[in-house]
Design a protein around this ligand. Structure first.
Ligand SMILES: NC(=O)c1ccc[n+]([C@@H]2O[C@H](COP(=O)([O-])OP(=O)(O)OC[C@H]3O[C@@H](n4cnc5c(N)ncnc54)[C@H](OP(=O)(O)O)[C@@H]3O)[C@@H](O)[C@H]2O)c1
Length: 282
């Protein structure tokens, strides 16, 4: 099976490479090799390579920067996604596209499932939602996986916290935003299961359970044996340009209904990640 992977240098891209390189013919495309905003290049490459599956791990993920430069976010997350979807349809390739919990406004008191309406609060969230819509409108065979609070190989909250623990005694972390940390390893397990099927559509794909950034930070330090004082912070006292949903917990309802929800509880996945990270740094 031939798989065409965009955004191969990102967190998710690197994990897909790690897990798929043995069993699949993987064509790795970073931003330098293929800019997904360039329709002609996308079309030429897909036509030449004739992949069975295209996985779009490319995205503009700088949530704050997107507020100042919305066109950058819309070019990559909306137009880039549409380019891939059109070309996949023309070339009969399946498309696996990634989206986010930030398509929701966070006003619901219980986990969001795939049937809930989306009202994004930030430019990033809007650009991802419109990416989803245009992928759907292109009319090809596609899976859209919405995930949340992703960590893996690359810059992420876990690495930032571990770095800060070596520099500081005290840290303040937002304690009134709820979500679910998700390990790229688990997300790739789901992608692999889903991409073998014809069960196209939108799926929520997060690790199980929920927490706040504050509790997440405390768990990172506990699991890694770092001693640092973590203080709770209220979002309103830590103003950022992009408004984040207060409650963005995802319910993997469709994966559950399909018997494909193989996600672990977030604490278990985090322990696995921290154990493997410290094994690498020993
Ligand atoms: N990170 C999270 O917490 C999170 C949460 C929910 C959903 N998601 C979604 O999950 C997916 C994977 O996220 P991630 O954390 O792996 O993102 P990431 O680490 O930021 O990786 C994204 C990759 O896309 C590349 N890219 C940017 N613009 C491109 C373009 N025009 N053409 C081709 N490649 C381009 C980036 O390259 P450069 O570095 O060179 O720009 C980067 O390597 C994304 O769809 C994201 O929206 C992420």
């Amino acid at each position: 099976m031939k798989i065409f992977l965009t955004g191969a240098n990102g967190q998710l891209g690197r994990e897909i490479n790690k897990q798929f390189q043995e069993n699949y013919q993987l064509i790795l495309l970073d931003r330098q090799t293929l800019d997904i905003t360039d329709f002609k290049s996308v079309e030429t490459m897909v036509k030449d390579i004739k992949p069975d599956i295209v996985i779009n791990a490319a995205a503009f993920t700088k949530v704050e920067e997107a507020e100042d430069h919305p066109e950058k976010a819309y070019q990559v997350n909306t137009i880039g996604a549409q380019n891939l979807a059109i070309v996949c349809k023309r070339n009969l390739a399946k498309l696996v596209h990634l989206s986010t919990d930030y398509v929701f406004d966070g006003t619901k008191a219980e986990p969001y499932d795939e049937f809930d309406p989306s009202y994004p609060l930030s430019v990033y969230g809007k650009s991802k939602l419109w990416g989803e819509k245009l992928v759907e409108q292109a009319g090809g065979n596609h899976f859209i996986l919405r995930t949340s609070w992703l960590y893996g190989e690359g810059n992420n909250f876990v690495r930032t916290m571990l770095g800060l623990a070596d520099q500081r005694d005290t840290i303040s972390v937002v304690a009134d935003q709820y979500g679910t940390p998700t390990y790229t390893k688990d997300l790739v397990w789901v992608i692999e299961r889903l991409m073998q099927t014809d069960f196209y559509g939108i799926y929520h794909a997060s690790n199980k359970g929920s927490t706040t950034w504050f509790e997440f930070a405390k768990t990172i330090f506990a699991l890694s044996g770092k001693s640092i004082v973590v203080k709770p912070l209220v979002t309103d006292n830590y103003p950022l340009k992009a408004v984040r949903p207060k409650y963005a917990v995802l319910d993997n309802k469709l994966l559950k209904l399909r018997g494909l929800d193989i996600m672990r509880p977030w604490e278990e996945a985090l322990k696995d990640y921290i154990d493997s990270t410290s094994a690498h740094t020993k």
